[in-house]
Design a protein around this ligand. Structure first.
Ligand SMILES: [Zn+2]
Length: 222
């Protein structure tokens, strides 16, 4: 894990932890590009975070960094305002979404989700197989529509709706598991078990997301 280093103010040379404004002279500071997103928002480095505090800090920073405010500043300050704004936006998009935050947390721990996580997660194999079969049935049913097989189509629509509800339930369950996983970090129990569980949950969520898109598409043509 990268640790936050000490930053030195370009104007007054004060040394402090990396932050947007120098605590000594309040000059706008260019943030180190590799600053971790938690530190950027002044949050503890932990995947469970106070989403309200995150949003508040984000709006505050966005306001303070707004390029309009720094038009009359030095070139360094104008540049810092642009770069910091881009960084803050990227960090906020990542941290506010638990799935993206989870993936970011894995990367921060040197354990990014890899190619081996793109396969169908074993826990979902049977479910995915069943959904794929139904999706295939929808594709095959399309040409027959003009021949007036409305009942068959209505049946498929009911089945797909059921599948979508099922997907929603599974997604909610995974969201709970994700939140539970986040809250356990930093406790005494082994982090390798937490890591594997986090990878498993995030892989399943990514897979269900793709499946949900396919099912929505099928429903839109039925
Ligand atoms: Zn300073």
């Amino acid at each position: 894990m990268a640790t936050p280093t000490v930053a030195r103010c370009w104007r007054c040379q004060d040394e402090h932890r990396p932050q947007v404004f120098c605590p000594a002279c309040e000059a706008l500071q260019p943030l180190p590009p590799d600053i971790d997103y938690f530190t950027l928002f002044g949050l503890a480095r932990h995947p469970r975070l106070d989403e309200q505090a995150l949003a508040q800090t984000y709006y505050e920073l966005s306001r303070q960094l707004h390029p309009d405010l720094h038009q009359t500043g030095t070139a360094q300050e104008r540049e810092a305002s642009l770069q910091n704004t881009a960084l803050v936006n990227r960090a906020y998009r990542t941290l506010r979404d638990p799935v993206q935050r989870g993936r970011y947390w894995l990367a921060l721990n040197g354990e990014p989700l890899g190619k081996e996580n793109n396969k169908v997660p074993p826990a979902l194999a049977l479910f995915v197989f069943e959904v794929q079969e139904k999706l295939a049935a929808v594709r095959e049913a399309r040409p027959a529509e003009t021949e007036g097989t409305q009942d068959a189509l209505a049946g498929l629509r009911a089945e797909m709706t059921q599948v979508r509800d099922d997907l929603d339930d599974r997604m909610r369950d995974l969201q709970h598991r994700l939140a539970a996983n986040f809250s356990k970090w930093g406790q005494a129990d082994g982090s390798s078990a937490l890591l594997s569980e986090l990878k498993r949950v995030l892989s399943e969520m990514a897979y269900l997301r793709t499946l949900t898109r396919d099912v929505e598409k099928a429903l839109s043509i039925l």
